[in-house]
Design a protein. Structure first.
Length: 190
């Protein structure tokens, strides 16, 4: 299998050294664009490193946009995502397995706003009941994806990005207290 690396590297609006978002894996960096022969066909591939996951992915240049690979969000889109986490959690009254699938699909969509909705909906303040293991896993996956992109856009560490997200979550409506009071009133009325 012959591999040839190209130095001048810009294809489909993407260039080497650039950070991108790949829907199923989050933020990665294009480290090269190379030609490879696969089954007798010559293919041009983006070589993308996902540093945190210690993973390298090769994506055909022609299919990159079709599979949802995109540039990092603009700062105003990041601001919109941070506003979303300040909102009231919207939790559907469907079975957990159904909601979990929907949350997973939002996380893997690669869309920052969808990911921030998952962060908002699964966030638990200290005064709220514990999350189940699967809720916690989905929350952490969404928080991690969101933090990685915000860190890359704002050129800050992921720890700083998580702090920024948590600060915005804290600005949201008082979580837990009103719901607990409503439940107490219902029990007294019964």
């Amino acid at each position: 299998m012959a591999t040839q690396q190209k130095k001048s590297a810009q294809r489909q609006g993407f260039k080497t050294g650039e950070f991108i978002v790949y829907p199923a894996h989050g933020v990665g960096q294009i480290v090269a664009i190379e030609d490879q022969e696969v089954a007798g066909h010559k293919l041009e591939l983006f070589v993308i490193d996902f540093q945190k996951d210690k993973m390298r992915l090769k994506v055909p240049v022609g299919k990159a946009t079709a599979i949802g690979m995109r540039k990092l969000s603009e700062t105003d889109y990041v601001d919109r995502a941070l506003k979303v986490v300040q909102g009231r959690a919207r939790v559907k009254r469907t079975m957990w397995s159904r909601r979990a699938q929907e949350y997973d699909a939002k996380i893997n969509s690669g869309d920052l706003i969808s990911i921030s909705e998952v962060v908002r909906d699964l966030y638990r303040a200290d005064n709220q009941p514990e999350q189940s293991y699967s809720e916690r896993q989905l929350y952490e996956a969404a928080l991690d994806r969101m933090a990685r992109e915000i860190a890359a856009v704002n050129r800050m560490s992921e720890t700083e990005a998580v702090r920024l997200i948590e600060t915005n979550l804290a600005k949201g409506p008082r979580r837990g207290t009103k719901a607990e009071n409503d439940d107490a009133e219902k029990e007294e009325a019964a």
